[in-house]
Design a protein around this ligand. Structure first.
Ligand SMILES: Nc1ncnc2c1ncn2[C@@H]1O[C@H](COP(=O)(O)OP(=O)(O)OP(=O)(O)O)[C@@H](O)[C@H]1O
Length: 330
């Protein structure tokens, strides 16, 4: 369990983390999302005692990192991907770490198998591919069999097989009851790996939520409807304030033009519309009230990426259109 309360980090005049409070619970993977410069790495470093908060606290298993009697047994970390440049073999690297932390040798063999490095365990880690390096990094994080894992961009630069491997591993480790905090810029990957979400922007908490809730709340949500009376239903939905787009015209029109969508629907034989701004339940009720047959009524959730862009739009530190000054970002 990780608990941050009023966590703040200031570097000179720059507030990197601003009064951040959240709880990362055990048993699920928690995604840590935020635009570049949002303060994710700084927060992770404070969790791990590598940076001192200017204000506030962050506790692992109820204690400050520095007060944990054997930190490696409580929390393992993989900070932003740095290949391990070492002339040592993977096994020797892990043995040295185990020795430092008073961890038995047999655990080294266990983690080598767990991360699938058995075949290359005797090879020089400095010559490892990025994927193997990440596996070794994760083996190091798991060495103390910690209840909590903090992973900053662990899938950066990995091939699809490696990405999938990390996803399955993390979900498995969470299912064992561990607490896992994971940052990633790969939204589709985060959507498949994480259950809970902490979303930050400019150092502040934007939302502490779940992947499901986060995408449900996004404005990109639409309902796909097929009906032989699509035009009639489109008109009824538009009257309730929905934006209706005629599906066949979607590709050409974008999803904004309610009126032209209606025009298109009226003048066509096609039976499919996209309705934004009205829940599927209400569309179903309208259809029943007006005796409209429905062939299909399918809510389409925004992707995590769409939800993220939607919600963090104002929290992006630098945009290409209008670069913000450091004053302007506060
Ligand atoms: N040691 C430091 N000295 C000065 N400013 C820093 C330092 N570390 C981070 N910052 C600033 O604090 C802010 C937060 O940075 P941080 O690296 O924590 O963000 P992040 O969310 O991890 O970003 P990214 O997704 O790009 O890795 C940024 O504006 C960054 O420039």
């Amino acid at each position: 369990m990780i608990e941050a309360r009023g966590l703040t980090k200031r570097y000179g005049g720059k507030v990197a983390v601003d009064d951040l409070s959240f709880t990362v619970r055990p048993g699920v993977v928690t995604g840590f999302l935020g635009p570049n410069g949002a303060g994710k790495s700084t927060t992770m470093r404070m969790i791990l005692g590598l940076d001192r908060p200017t204000r506030g606290t962050v506790l692992v298993d109820g204690r400050h990192y520095r007060d944990l009697a054997s930190p490696a047994r409580h929390v393992g970390a993989l900070l932003e991907s740095r290949a391990i440049h070492t002339g040592r073999s993977a096994r020797d690297h892990l043995l040295a770490l185990a020795h430092t932390h008073g961890i038995p040798r047999r655990r080294v063999e266990e983690v080598i198998d767990l991360v699938g490095l058995r075949e290359v365990a005797r090879k020089r880690a400095g010559g490892f591919s990025l994927g193997m390096g990440q596996r070794l990094g994760i083996a190091s994080a798991l060495l103390g069999d910690p209840g909590t894992l903090v992973l900053d961009e662990p899938v950066n630069g990995l091939d699809p097989e490696g990405v999938r491997w990390i996803r399955d591993l993390l979900r498995g480790l969470a299912a064992e009851g561990r607490t896992i905090l994971l940052s990633s810029h790969l939204m589709s990957e985060m959507a498949m790996t994480a259950t809970d979400l902490i979303v930050v922007g400019r150092g502040r908490l934007i939302q502490e939520t779940t992947v499901e809730e986060f995408t449900r709340g996004a404005s990109g949500n639409r309902v796909h409807v097929r009906s032989p009376q699509a035009a009639e239903l489109a008109e009824l939905a538009a009257r309730e304030g929905a934006t209706v787009t005629y599906s066949a015209a979607l590709a050409g029109m974008g999803s904004t033009a309610a009126a032209s969508g209606l025009e298109a629907a009226r003048g066509s034989e096609a039976d499919a519309i996209e309705v934004a701004g009205l829940p599927s339940e209400r569309i179903g009720e309208l259809a029943r009230t007006y005796g409209i047959a429905l062939y299909e009524l399918t809510p389409r959730l925004a992707s995590l990426e769409e939800a993220f862009m939607d919600i963090t739009r104002d929290a992006v530190e630098f945009t290409t259109a209008a670069p913000a000054t450091s004053e302007g970002t506060r």
